[in-house]
Design a protein around this ligand. Sequence first.
Ligand code: MLT
Length: 267
Amino acid sequence: MIHTVTINDVPLSCFDAGEGQVLLFVHGFPLDYTMWSAQLDYFQRGYRVIAPDLRGFGKSGGAGDLLTMEQFADDLNSLLNVLEIDEPITLCGLSMGGYIAWQFALKYTERLARLILCDTKAAADSQEVQMNREVVASQVLEEGTQFLVEGMIEKLFAAMTGQTHPEIIKQIRDIIKNSSPLAVAGASRGMGQRIDVQSHLTEIDIPALVLCGSEDAITPPEEMEKFSRKMPKAEFHTIPGAGHMAPLEKPKLVNNLIQEFLAITDV
Ligand code: MLT
């Protein structure tokens, strides 16, 4: 079911279903919790699955000029407080959700039992990417989200996904189009300012599953495999035939890998 949880005066819309150990799913940019539908349907049979729309996105309030990864991580911590969840959780983040997961892992270490990182990076943005984030922020505030749809949609998916699953492309296209320009601008700037976590990877000493679509052009497998090797308890897998949106493009493969990881790292 969906409920609205108010944290620090911001209404966060949040999917919450099932019982058992908590799996918290954190969406990418500029999306909403529905990108996790296949995982939420599957895992609510054995776990409590929680998936918020991040501040400013989906049906949540709280968009602003600057939305930092740390602010999003603080929101997740407040959300767990309001839901009275004390036991260590498993956090699963995709791309920007992964940037947020790093912040959460470093700041709220005791809250985490396991980490699942899908299609994300540990490095900070280059200067060029940072400058482009500012261009995106200004442009979206001036002309709305349509240019972002055109610029992003092809890069998000593997070549075959458009032919085999046009409905997934439409789903994501609609979410991007309907996203709040202020939230897009704020998160764009926030991603540009995020810290480089490469020197902190050895501190993340919990079981971690690192997944990457074999055709991910945004956060390529080589880069993800490299950072996973620096994490003390990480295992890395590529998802054949998937791009940056691996959990949507290949839900069975991703769910099986997550299921196996949860079983062998039982806490
Ligand atoms: C995402 O999927 O969340 C974005 O591609 C992340 C980014 O722009 O770095």
